[in-house]
Design a protein around this ligand. Structure first.
Ligand code: NAD
Length: 485
């Protein structure tokens, strides 16, 4: 594991207090290295570097460069990551517990995301001055789209590099300069991104990457008076803290928070295909996906057969060290998260639910934070397992009789990130898509996510959109210029 420092103003800097956080491989519980822990002191230095890199007038500053100029750097970063893909994929798997195959797909998306936002940056030049038609000829008006300033980007551990890039790529493409604060539970590939930035000669201060704990490193970023905006992905509990702190400075925030998404399986489906999407939608990335379709609503007429199939398939899922070939389910990211998942399962039992399969550690693995793929039935809407985000490989099940009942159950959550519907009746799917109170709907699938389409939630899943053209807009300020002629 490479030993890295904080990446500030284009160079590595040791944290002033020399404090470091251990990196633990979740597959074998071994300490395999450490990352630096930033504090408010280093955040101040990094914000100052980003401010210097942002501000106009010298003609060299990032915010006044053309989109095409910025795009060259984004493309160069994408190319370097491509060159180092095998190494980065392995680091991601060891650090986060993600199976190699999944980490590899994530890395492809990282590369694609940089290239996609490079394309948007290239087009931005022609869009930066948009005329507005007015009802009076005596006035002329146009809009300027300007980068918002120094932005604070705070990311989670479940897609360690990818979730960071969903923010870094559009922020840099827009002309903002940035401080990235990745999750203390999986920061390794984000620190490697710093190395890549140095290799491509990204101007100092444009992107600063500071690892550390949330309250010590993330909180000072949120309250820093020179940080113009916060883009946050993480739990709703932290999201509330960030929004509260940012409100004191009237600072805009984009919040991508948790979820408890439903997958609705109707009676007319092909059972094999529906089972595949159901398991994939809940167990991909070891069940640690914000949009995991972790509440299965299955039509009562097919429930018994469908559940039998799911249980049989769960028994075949390969659970192993993520570096092993064919691994489908790796460990949960940390001991704390593992214990949290186990507690959710035991509480479900205590509340009267049935553990249809899984619910324990796999017997063949002595070390590591592994949890068997778990299916829970006899679930009531008052139970914790129905209400709260588990963030582990746990599917809870309810049956329904009518389409109206399915809609009611699907929307029975304070979250609103995503929902899936599986049915051969496309009119019905269309009705369901409209009825779901969420930011993303999957029809006859679950989880595919393309950086061309905007992503974000409703209700307690947050607000604002990342990805797509809108993913760049959140880093731009629109200014109107009205002239009397
Ligand atoms: P978390 O809220 O614990 O931490 C997220 C980040 O916030 C970390 O970098 C952490 O250090 C930082 N942080 C913690 N306290 C802070 C504070 N007081 N001030 C500033 N920063 C602080 O979340 P997590 O456990 O890393 O990630 C899992 C959560 O993320 C799940 O709820 C999941 O649903 C959500 N998530 C959402 C999306 C989405 O697109 N909506 C995507 C991925 C993950």
């Amino acid at each position: 594991m490479p030993t890295r420092q904080l990446f500030i103003d284009g160079e590595w800097r040791e944290p002033v207090q020399r404090k470091r956080i251990p990196i633990i491989n979740p597959a074998n519980e071994q300490t395999i290295g450490d990352i630096p822990a930033a504090t408010a002191e280093e955040m101040d230095i990094a914000v100052e570097a980003a401010r210097k890199a942002f501000f106009r007038n010298s003609g060299k500053d990032w915010s006044s460069t053309t989109g095409a100029h910025r795009a060259k750097y984004l493309r160069a970063i994408a190319a370097k990551i491509k060159d180092r893909k095998v190494e980065l994929v392995e680091l991601e798997a060891i650090d986060s517990g993600k199976p190699l195959e999944e980490a590899s797909l994530d890395m492809d998306n990282v590369i694609g995301c940089f290239e996609y936002f490079a394309g948007i940056a290239e087009r931005l030049d022609s869009e930066q001055r948009t005329p507005v038609s007015l009802p009076m000829e005596t006035f002329k008006c146009h809009l300027l789209k300007e980068p918002i300033g120094v932005v604070g980007l705070i990311s989670p551990w479940n897609y360690p590099l990818l979730m960071a890039i969903w923010k870094v790529a559009p922020a840099l493409a827009s002309g903002c300069t940035a401080i990235l604060k990745p999750s203390e539970l999986a920061s390794v590939t984000c620190l490697e991104l710093a190395e890549v930035c140095m290799e491509v000669g990204l101007p100092p201060g444009v992107l600063n990457i500071l690892t550390g704990l949330g309250p010590e490193a993330g909180a000072p970023l949120v309250t820093h008076p020179h940080v113009a905006k916060i883009s946050f992905t993480g739990s709703d509990t932290t999201g509330v803290k960030i929004m509260t702190a940012a409100a004191q400075l009237v600072k805009p925030v984009t919040l991508e928070l948790g979820g408890k998404s439903p997958i609705v399986v109707f009676e007319d489906v092909d059972l094999d295909t529906a089972a595949e999407w159901t398991l994939f939608g809940c167990f991909w990335t070891n069940g640690q996906i914000c949009s995991a379709t972790s509440r299965l609503l299955v039509h009562e007429s097919i429930a018994t057969t469908f559940l039998e199939k799911l249980v049989k398939w769960c028994e075949k899922i390969k659970i192993s060290d993520p570096l092993e070939e064919g691994c489908r389910l790796g460990p949960i990211v940390s001991r704390r998260q593992y214990e949290k998942v186990m507690k959710y399962i035991s509480t479900a039992k205590e509340e009267g639910a049935t553990i249809l399969c899984g619910g324990a550690r796999p017997e063949h693995l002595e070390k590591g934070y592994f949890v068997q793929p778990t299916i829970i039935t006899d679930v009531k809407t008052s139970m914790q397992i129905w209400i709260e985000e588990v963030f582990g490989p746990v599917l809870c099940v309810k049956t329904f009789a009518t389409e109206d009942e399915a809609v009611e159950l699907a929307n029975d959550t304070h979250y609103g990130l995503a929902a899936a519907v599986i049915s051969k009746d496309l009119d019905r799917c269309e009705r369901m898509a409209k009825a779901f109170q969420v930011g993303a709907v999957w029809v006859n699938c679950s989880q595919p996510c393309f950086y061309q389409a905007p992503w974000g939630g409703k209700k307690r899943s947050g607000f604002g959109r990342e990805l797509g053209e809108r993913g760049l807009d959140i880093y731009l300020n629109v200014k109107q210029v009205t002239r009397y002629v």
